[in-house]
Design a protein around this ligand. Sequence first.
Ligand SMILES: Nc1ncnc2c1ncn2[C@@H]1O[C@H](COP(=O)(O)OP(=O)(O)OP(=O)(O)O)[C@@H](O)[C@H]1O
Length: 266
Amino acid sequence: MTLTVEHLRVADLVRDVSFEIGAGERVGLIGESGSGKSLTALSIMGLLPDELSASGSVRLNGKELLGASEKDLSRLRGNGLSMVFQEPMTALNPVVRVGRQVTEPFRVHGRRGRSAEELLADVGLPGTARAYPHQLSGGQRQRVVLAMALANDPSLLVCDEPTTALDVTVQAQILSLIRTSLPTESALLFITHDLAVVASVCERVLVMLDGEIVEQGSTRSVLTAPQHEYTRRLLSSSDLDGVGGSRGACPPAGAWGSAPEDGAQR
Ligand SMILES: Nc1ncnc2c1ncn2[C@@H]1O[C@H](COP(=O)(O)OP(=O)(O)OP(=O)(O)O)[C@@H](O)[C@H]1O
């Protein structure tokens, strides 16, 4: 799997954005609010609102996605491509039991797959298939969304601030679940404001400012030796131990998206 984004433009809001993500790569997209991260993700997914359109090129394994038919895109979504949004309630139907929702990707793509109970147990929610979303906590709902996104073993998972709405403990659980549940060969594009999250999940990072990518590189090099003034400012205003506070000191154990427990297990 290779995702190739070239000269992506969305009005004046995203400008000349180019990057590539290969199979198994975990890539972070950081930048302050309004810098164009979500619009970049929505362009990849073919989910831009009607009033905005994208130009340039977004290719998945060489196949152009910009301008692809809705039929082709919906065949890809939840199959080759999956996305997890910040607010799980927007992704779940409040009047449908979660068990039915997590197996939806199989029905949409006409496939037989694992049972709802299995998919939910995989994300730490055994015995919840008959629950409605409102009977679950915010963290549990995000687990359901993740189970749905992972049901068809997507080649690319896009997460747009999936933990921002959750408290710190639940946030850590969801991050750990993303690290361990995503098949090793699947690629990840992870959007966040939080540099500590990037350090713990991603091996490579793209930095966006005012609609443009201003810096990219390995998470270690960008967070320890930022080249762009904006990245330096982001770091100095973050509470990332060992980087923002005392630059050059050792990062926390397990940082830089390469923690041993990140290994190959599903
Ligand atoms: N439908 C739209 N029409 C016009 N402008 C939009 C639309 N959606 C987003 N924008 C603007 O585009 C810019 C980039 O938005 P985007 O949501 O991609 O930012 P972001 O980096 O994801 O921010 P956040 O971290 O707050 O989610 C913002 O200035 C936003 O106001």
